[in-house]
Design a protein around this ligand. Structure first.
Ligand code: MN
Length: 432
């Protein structure tokens, strides 16, 4: 499990002035991503409102040993090679960059030449995603949605024994800011006698965490629960855009298909497991009467520190709101601890039959909803299946998303005695 070290020191400040008290990227964060500024995409590290160029750092004599190896692995247009490295080398690079960026560092003049203003850079997906899997680990979401479909038995009997998931579509994952095209598809409207084909009328969001896989496992060699944490390189925010009308008609018997494969938006920075070390908390105990998971899913250390103290938020703007100068309107706010399974349990379960994960694979947790309506992670829940429209500050009402609507996910790690870190933007605007 990642350790707390000098890179998390709350008194640590940076000579990059914008980093100090930065909402997302203070010196205590140092997330990895891929950016371009004129030339070819390459690896970078966010620090305040700047991006540190890993390709430039990799050529410098200021880095050596494990830190240099890691910078070289992160110098290309995809970070898969960096993710594949043992965590110790990522940690060496983190420690060295932390020291070079710290206030008073004698190397400041040289390191300044590695920086680019983030506002001048384009951000790309941080890795080539070989496979993307989406889980259903948000138990309150599963309950809320289940109640709409099965009021008497909202949770199916397997839910508390087996982490439910499906294999998603990697080709349509996009970084924050990429336009979201409203999908057309087949639906069976209530009362209709034959299906229709046309634009989705029930376009929704799903607030999720994304998990970037680090070192992989060989086919046929499951990752044990007590080793699963070592395979998690970092986290991001993930919006699993969902067409509910397509989903309702197509999902039985094999689960989501076209309702979710048209687009998935992620925040483009990998907030590393190392950066998140101070924000590890106990997995909330299972309610009395819930079954204890099978041994391959149970580890005392994982239960003690397997959850994350993250505050998550969903906000919306519409064309009219932006035109009239309204701030984004918060739709929901809640903690990431509303997951029934830990991330290590998801990894252990995914590989338990021998399935191999690869560096740069992406897992989604499933929609994270709080028990009450102020913290639900989808419009399906917030508007009770479209029965209870919400009113926005502009006076407009919404059940599901209209063209021009923009959804903004935000996430922040918070712990007493530590500097908060965030994920950066995870935004997408609906186009017709
Ligand atoms: Mn989902």
């Amino acid at each position: 499990m990642p350790v707390i070290d000098e890179t998390h020191d709350p008194d640590l400040a940076s000579w990059v002035a914008s980093a100090n008290r930065h909402r997302d990227f203070p010196i205590q964060n140092l997330p990895f991503g891929v950016f371009s500024v004129g030339g070819a995409p390459r690896g970078g590290v966010a620090i305040g409102d700047q991006i540190l160029d890993l390709a430039a750092a990799a050529q410098s004599v200021l880095l050596e040993g494990d830190a240099k190896d890691a910078a070289r692995a992160g110098a290309g247009p995809e970070l898969n090679a960096l993710l594949a490295l043992p965590a110790a080398r990522r940690r060496a690079l983190r420690r060295r960059l932390s020291s070079l960026l710290a206030q008073g560092a004698p190397e400041q003049a040289e390191v300044e030449r590695w920086l680019h203003p983030a506002s001048a850079c384009a951000l790309h997906l941080p890795a080539r995603i070989g496979d993307y899997t989406d889980f259903y680990a948000g138990i309150h979401h599963a309950l809320n949605v289940g109640k709409q479909f099965r009021p008497d038995s909202p949770l199916l009997p397997n839910y508390k024994h087996v982490p439910i998931g499906y294999h998603g579509r990697a080709s349509s994952v996009r970084p924050s800011g990429a336009p979201v095209r409203r999908p057309s598809g087949q639906t069976m409207p209530p009362g209709a006698t034959a299906p229709l084909f046309g634009p989705s009328q029930r376009l929704d969001i799903e607030l999720e965490l994304g998990v970037w896989i680090g070192a992989g496992n060989a086919l046929g060699a499951p990752i044990a629960i007590d080793e699963a944490d070592d395979h998690i390189a970092g986290l991001c925010l993930l919006n699993d855009w969902s067409a509910r009308d397509l989903q309702a008609w197509e999902y039985q018997p094999l689960g989501p298909f076209l309702a979710k494969n048209f687009m998935t938006t992620v925040s483009p920075w990998i907030v590393t497991a190392e950066a998140l070390a101070p924000f590890r908390i106990a997995q909330p105990p299972r309610p009395d009467g819930d079954p204890r998971p099978l041994p391959y899913l149970w580890n005392d250390a994982d239960q003690a520190k397997g959850a994350y103290a993250l505050d998550l938020e969903v906000a919306i703007t519409t064309e009219a709101m932006r035109r009239d100068g309204h701030a984004p309107h918060r739709l929901a706010n809640g903690p990431a601890s509303n997951l029934y399974w830990t991330l290590a349990q998801l990894v252990a379960h995914h590989t338990s039959g021998g399935c191999n994960l690869n560096p740069g694979d992406l897992l989604g947790t499933g929609t994270i909803s709080a028990p009450d309506i102020s913290g639900v992670g989808s419009l399906l829940e917030l508007t009770r299946g479209g029965q209870a429209p919400i009113t926005l500050p502009s006076g407009e009402v919404r059940t599901f998303l209209l063209n021009g609507d923009e959804i903004i996910l935000a996430g922040r790690a918070v712990a007493d005695g530590f500097v908060s870190i965030g994920f950066g933007a995870c935004e997408g605007r609906i186009e017709g």
